[in-house]
Design a protein around this ligand. Structure first.
Ligand code: ATP
Length: 197
């Protein structure tokens, strides 16, 4: 059987506990030969709508969030390639050793799969592992091979974290941020003055 490769891609603007928990659940439940957290260089669907933090900062923050976690490696492959980020190119590059890919993603990302670059070709080539609430049932994604990764839902998103960082602050916001964002990532954000309004 060819090696199984897991890819958990995203913007990670910034990385938060939802990402970390999802990656750990994928590592443990899929047991692929490797699991790569792949930071998008230019997530074109998002960067058309809002300004995205430079990819070097997002990669550095992802390393701080994930590097101490066994069995998960942060990949700079999409930064090295440059330009708009298309997952099909990443899959092609990482499968050069003959491996087969499982793409790990949350339900919102999965719902948008048909809008991805060369979606039909991608659907032929990969399996989608959708992160979903423990005990939930998998929504059908027509034309895609899907499997589930179960995780107790964590109300964290990059949008929520950025809103808190750009908001008026205060003890409640600080406490929520401490719960949502790994400490090393918070220090990086402060040191580099990211997300200031
Ligand atoms: P934004 O709000 O800026 O879109 P995000 O955290 O949802 O941020 P990404 O950084 O691109 O977006 O997320 C990477 C992957 O992690 C996506 O597949 C997304 O669905 C998944 N993900 C994000 N937040 C969670 C969460 N709380 N639980 C499980 N998966 C998540």
């Amino acid at each position: 059987m060819p090696p199984q490769l897991g890819i958990f891609g995203g913007t990670f603007d910034p990385p938060h506990v939802g990402h970390v928990a999802a990656a750990i659940a994928a590592r443990d439940q899929l047991a692929t030969d490797s699991l790569h957290v792949v930071v998008a260089n230019d997530p074109w669907q998002k960067s058309r709508r809002r300004s995205v933090t430079p990819s070097g900062h997002r990669l550095a923050m992802a390393r701080l969030a994930f590097d101490s976690i066994a069995g998960i490696e942060v990949s700079d492959i999409e930064l090295a390639r440059g330009g708009s980020t298309y997952t099909i190119d990443t899959v092609t590059e990482l499968e050069r050793d003959g491996s087969e890919t499982v793409l790990v993603m949350g339900p919102t990302a999965a719902a948008g799969l048909s809008t991805w670059h060369r979606a039909r070709e991608l659907a032929q080539r990969v399996t989608i592992a959708v992160i979903q609430p423990t005990g939930g049932s998998l929504a059908r994604l027509h034309g895609w091979r899907t499997i589930s990764v179960f995780m107790d839902p964590l109300e964290a998103s990059g949008t929520r974290v950025r809103e808190l960082l750009q908001g008026p602050g205060g003890p409640e916001a600080e406490a929520t941020l401490a719960r949502l964002v790994p400490l090393a990532v918070m220090s990086y954000i402060a040191d580099h003055k990211l997300y200031s309004a």
